[in-house]
Write a protein that binds this ligand. Structure first.
Ligand SMILES: [Zn+2]
Length: 139
């Protein structure tokens, strides 16, 4: 898998293609998805504590750190992917031939961030003129 580095963050391009829901999503929908992740974190922690009633504060904190990382990664995905993910009204021009590129689909990139790992979706363009010339809008 191709790996690139942007501002110290490792980005691995995943070539898996998947059709996602229409976007951008409203704030109400993004908030709902975010709250579902928060509820999931609470349930995981609460279930874990049920099974480990003698856990020390440090044990609970260590467990929460793992769950938080998972929640943070997914929540950032909700926050970011629910907005503009690089699909523009007018297609961007090819760097090589300067002709308008064609929107292909949305692709995913895994970002290994400081607070969590997030799958970002980005609009994916190809140039019909120059073979293999592709573009993930930057960000
Ligand atoms: Zn081109």
């Amino acid at each position: 898998m191709p790996t690139i580095r942007v501002a110290g963050i490792k980005i691995v391009k995943k070539m898996k293609t998947e059709k996602k829901m229409s976007r951008p999503k409203s704030r109400e929908k993004r908030k709902k998805a975010f709250m579902q992740e928060a509820e999931k974190l609470f349930d995981e922690m609460d279930n874990w504590y049920d099974k480990n009633p003698d856990a020390s504060f440090e044990d609970i904190e260590n467990r929460a750190r793992i769950e938080r990382r998972e929640m943070m990664g997914k929540s950032l995905g909700v926050l970011i992917n629910g907005r503009d993910v690089g699909k523009t009204l007018e297609a961007p021009d090819c760097d090589e031939c300067e002709k308008a590129m064609t929107f292909k689909d949305y692709r995913e990139k895994m970002i290994y961030g400081i607070e969590g790992d997030t799958v970002l979706e980005r609009a994916y363009y190809v140039c019909d003129n120059c073979e293999k010339q592709t573009l993930f809008p930057p960000r």
